[in-house]
Write a protein that binds this ligand. Structure first.
Ligand code: 6PG
Length: 232
């Protein structure tokens, strides 16, 4: 496991730097293979980063954007990560990108996971960029402590794809890419902000129990180096 800490004075400064690093990686991928792919996280932290990235003048028509994870709610639900991305990232130049939603209008998260897994062909993995967040409980993506499919989601032998996850701390049912889908991204970023999350991160780095803090799977076992972006 290799982690690199990038510390900034403010969230605004972090957003600009992360947007530049991500845009450079996406442009590099487009130059190399004609396409690029990125999986982003939801929640409250990434808004500034999304806004900064959306303004980057790259070849967005050749970029596929999807979500690391999603709440099992329709796009018009305030809890939807699709809604968050649509309002903050798929704007300006980045509106030309292709977005692949995880939510499907079916009865269960399990059915939706199967549909999306079939859509995200092996050809589009590994992702060129993955941007993860982290909760104060040490979850990332929808790898929540106590999650009903956490062991399978973190198991490297689980085929790449999307799984359903139910956990007390998750709220509604979740859809999440597996660890095996995310851990070998060309650029693997963990974006966290604030003093509390810095303490959570230090605790995660200081232990090995992934069931207690699933973020540890990323920090300790990811094939790709983990670029940690932090601001107060
Ligand atoms: O759907 C989600 O909630 C995210 O993908 C999740 O993994 C997020 O990154 C963390 O919960 C941190 O969220 P905040 O940025 O809101 O603290």
């Amino acid at each position: 496991m290799t982690t690199m800490m990038h510390t900034f004075e403010s969230g605004a400064e972090l957003a600009l730097a992360l947007a530049t690093a991500v845009a450079d990686k996406l442009s590099e991928a487009v130059a190399e293979k004609g396409t690029a792919s990125i999986a982003v996280s939801g929640g409250s932290t990434p808004k500034g980063f999304f806004r900064a990235l959306s303004e980057k003048p790259i070849d967005w028509e050749k970029v596929a954007i999807t979500l690391v994870d999603e709440r099992f709610v329709p796009e018009d639900n305030p809890r939807s990560n699709h809604k968050l991305v649509k309002e903050n990232l798929l704007v300006g130049p980045a509106a030309a990108a292709r977005f692949i939603p995880l939510y499907q209008a079916v009865n269960t998260a399990e059915e939706a996971a199967e549909i999306v897994t079939n859509k995200v062909s092996a050809a589009s993995l590994p992702f060129d960029v993955v941007v993860l967040g982290m909760g104060t409980d040490g979850h990332t993506a929808s790898f929540f402590p106590g999650g009903d499919t956490l062991g399978k989601a973190l198991d490297m032998s689980t085929p790449a794809g999307v799984m359903a996850m139910h956990a007390e701390g998750a709220g509604e049912a979740r859809l999440t890419f597996t660890f095996s889908s995310l851990e070998n991204a060309g650029l693997l970023v963990l974006h966290v902000e604030g003093a509390e999350k810095k303490e959570v991160l230090e605790k995660a780095l200081d232990g090995n129990d992934e069931a207690e803090m699933p973020i540890r799977a990323v920090l300790k076992r990811a094939t790709s180096p983990v670029d940690i972006y932090w601001a107060p």
